[in-house]
Design a protein around this ligand. Sequence first.
Ligand code: ADP
Ligand code: MG
Length: 257
Amino acid sequence: MAEPLLKIEHLTKKYDDNLILNDISLTVHKGEVIVVVGPSGCGKSTLLRCINALEPIQGGSIRLQDDIIDPKSKNLTGIRQKIGMVFQNYELFPHLTVLDNIMLAPMKVQKRKKEDISEEALRLLDRVGLKEKANSFPRQLSGGQKQRVAIVRALCMHPEIMLFDEVTAALDPEMVREVLDVMLDLARQGRTMIIVTHEMQFARAVSDRIIFIDGGKIVEDADPDQFFEAPKTERARQFLNIFEFDAVKPHTSHSAE
Ligand SMILES: Nc1ncnc2c1ncn2[C@@H]1O[C@H](COP(=O)(O)OP(=O)(O)O)[C@@H](O)[C@H]1O
Ligand SMILES: [Mg+2]
């Protein structure tokens, strides 16, 4: 097994007195793709926000390699550069071109050479099918194109791990596929990723492991085929029924003719 990259141990997260994440432990190895699923409000976004040091935690620890992740960590800027996050609502700067949006943080935060970054940015844009949009402004792009730019922007920081929070949830259906395909491509390249998604077919195809959260706890930590074909818990079974995922539906016999 590859080396552990991210190690979450006994994480507790509360908002005031509401216990949202209750004793969550999860280790993600280099190159692993984890998909997190669970009912709305179960704490998926909160978990990603904790991993990105956007939220104080009330118990346990989160480590990325040798760094402790905590909003109070001294080296927070350095730690955050190791974590790429893409949200549902792409926040591209409207007054900057696609290329300038991508180049901003590598130039300002990482102080890398402009020529190196632009070469890399164009190569990555090409890989997601958007090289010809480099000099366009965000308003000239579709939602799916903007989301692909947001992914390239995160990749250009050379993160150790990528976090995706329902990145296709706000897209028109015809644009979902193009964004999922980019994520599948990243998985094939061996990127370490934690993905929150409601696209269950995609979840099964892309993941090495499925994490099912309910009631603040990890209820299942499973191989994707096992999770979708034969979930161990009743709670996971009920959750999957909502999606009418073929593999968990009872077989119905009907004569075709
Ligand atoms: N900033 C916040 N302050 C208070 N409660 C919050 C905050 N953010 C999320 N919550 C609550 O925490 C729970 C988990 O939310 P969230 O992580 O967004 O769930 P999910 O992403 O799984 O739908 C929900 O009950 C939500 O209302
Ligand atoms: Mg969420």
